[in-house]
Ligand binder design. Structure first.
Ligand code: NI
Length: 175
């Protein structure tokens, strides 16, 4: 089911998420909702806090950009290795139409649990590596905006202010 994506400004996006203890039907439904919501918004990744669930679950689908990496759901993902450096443009569904250059590891390896409760590893480079780092950051309340240059953030100031009102309104309605 498609869920509302929460905008920058909501406190939900700043809270650390709790580990998933057991992969049950609720978690599988959450993963389904993440895919439905991400696809409706034409995104390449989404994390549970972005739909208001403070659990360590995220999904990535960069298959349009890099067909070698199929869509993936990551439960309790942990960065286990990394190499090199890349700088590239990044956006986020909680920041519609805002983009900025972010420095990331060029290659990463991540260990996670899948929707059947099995542990697995995934590794990759380029945009996929960037998406993995971006989504794992979400689970710790970290946003890409924290990593862009102060000058760029200054240029986005007006847009961020408007977005922040939307996020704060969501908190108010869902308090
Ligand atoms: Ni994001």
């Amino acid at each position: 089911m498609k869920r509302e994506i929460i905008m920058f400004g909501s406190q939900v996006l700043r809270k650390p998420c709790l580990p998933v203890k057991e992969v049950d039907d609720d978690i599988r439904a959450l993963v389904g909702d993440l895919f439905d919501s991400m696809r409706a918004a034409e995104g390449v990744g989404l994390a549970a806090p972005q739909i208001g669930v403070l659990k360590r679950v995220c999904i990535i689908d960069v298959s349009h950009q890099q067909p070698e990496y199929p869509p993936v759901a990551l439960i309790n993902p942990v960065l286990t290795d990394y190499k090199g450096e890349q700088v590239g443009e990044e956006g986020c569904l909680s920041f519609p139409d805002l983009y900025g250059d972010v420095k990331r590891h060029a290659w990463v390896e991540v260990e996670a649990t899948d929707i059947n409760g099995q542990s697995f590893k995934t590794a990759g480079e380029g945009f996929y590596a960037r998406a993995l780092q971006h989504e794992i950051n979400h689970l710790d309340g970290k946003l890409f905006i924290d990593l862009i240059s102060p000058l760029k953030r200054q240029l986005m100031r007006g847009a961020l202010k408007r977005l922040k009102k939307e996020g704060e309104a969501w908190d108010h309605e869902n308090a």
